[in-house]
Design a protein around this ligand. Structure first.
Ligand code: SF4
Length: 258
C-alpha cells in the first residue's frame, strides 16, 4: 500500500517488513489483512502468501518525528516462514530509532517465546498477543515470559467472555469484529474485561463495537471513550516531545554557502 497511515485507533502508522500470513485460530477467520490483499491485487500480486520485504527495513529511519508504529499490520512477524535473521534485522532498526514506539502483535506465542532470548528487547518495543476467546488465554502465559518493557493483549475480535490473569500485563485493547460477516460482541464480555483491568490496575483501550464497518456501532463504552495507554507512554512522550531527526539533505541556502 502506498501510505503507511492507518485507521487503527491505538497506533499512528504501520510498518510491514513482511506481508502475508496463514490462519491459526478463530480470530483469523475474517482476517482484515487478507481481505485487503484481495481488494488491492495490484499492491499484493502474490496475494496473502508470506513475503519478506527487505527493501522496507529502513523505512522508520525516514520517519523523522516520533510515531506509534504497528509492526506488520499485514502479517505476523513470528510466522514460521520469517527467518530469525530477518526478525533480528527488524529489531535492530527498532533499536536505531528510539524516538518511535513499536507495537508488535502476534498469534504465534510459541515461536515468540522460543526465539525471544535471541532478540534484543529494546525499551521502545511493546509486545502483545491476540486473545479472542477463553481457548486462547494461554497465549498470555507465554507473553509473560518475554522480558519486554510493555506487554499487551489485543482482545479483538472478541468472541466470548474472558477470564484473564493480568499479572505482568500493561495494556488491554478490546474490539468487536467488523465486516459483512462480523460476529457480534456482547456488552457483558467487554464489561468483564474492563472490571478485570480495573482490579489489576491495567490500562484499558476500547477500540470499537464493530459491525458492518469499523465505525458502524461506534466506540462508546459505559458512556465514554476509553483510550487509556500504558503507563510508560507518558514518559516516552515527555522524553521525545518536539524531537525531529535532522535531515541529511541540504537546503538550497546551505548548498550555496558550501
Ligand atoms: S495471524 Fe493475523 S495476519 Fe495472520 S491470518 Fe491471523 S489475523 Fe490474519
Amino acid at each position: 500500500m502506498a501510505s503507511n497511515k492507518t485507521g487503527i485507533q491505538w497506533t499512528d502508522k504501520s510498518w510491514n517488513p513482511t506481508t502475508g500470513c496463514d490462519k491459526v485460530s478463530p480470530g483469523c477467520t475474517h482476517c482484515y489483512a487478507e481481505a485487503l490483499t484481495k481488494r488491492f491485487t495490484n499492491n499484493f500480486p502474490e496475494g496473502f502468501i508470506l513475503k519478506l520485504h527487505p527493501e522496507r527495513l529502513k523505512q522508520p529511519l525516514s520517519w523523522r518525528t516520533p510515531n506509534l508504529i504497528f509492526v506488520n499490520s499485514m502479517s505476523d512477524i513470528f510466522h514460521e516462514d520469517v527467518p530469525i535473521n530477518f526478525i533480528k534485522q527488524v529489531f535492530e532498526i527498532i533499536g536505531e530509532t528510539p524516538w518511535h514506539i513499536y507495537q508488535i502483535l502476534t498469534k504465534r506465542h510459541e515461536r515468540l517465546v522460543d526465539i525471544a532470548p535471541e532478540l534484543e528487547w529494546h525499551e521502545n518495543i511493546w509486545i502483545g498477543v491476540s486473545v479472542e476467546s477463553q481457548n486462547y488465554v494461554h497465549r498470555v502465559d507465554y507473553l509473560r515470559e518475554v522480558d519486554a518493557n510493555v506487554r499487551f493483549l489485543s482482545c479483538e475480535p472478541l468472541l466470548g467472555d474472558l477470564e484473564l490473569n493480568l499479572t505482568g500485563i500493561d495494556w488491554v485493547i478490546v474490539g468487536g469484529e467488523s465486516g459483512n460477516k462480523y460476529r457480534p460482541m456482547k456488552e457483558e464480555w467487554v464489561k468483564g474485561i474492563y472490571k478485570q483491568c480495573q482490579a489489576a490496575n491495567v490500562a484499558f483501550f476500547f477500540k470499537q463495537w464493530g459491525g458492518r464497518t469499523p465505525k458502524s456501532l461506534g466506540r462508546i463504552f459505559d458512556g465514554k471513550v476509553w483510550d487509556e495507554m500504558p503507563e510508560v507512554w507518558e514518559k516516552h512522550q515527555q522524553k521525545w516531545r518536539g524531537y525531529r531527526v535532522e535531515s541529511k539533505r541540504k537546503s538550497r541556502k546551505e548548498k550555496i554557502n558550501v
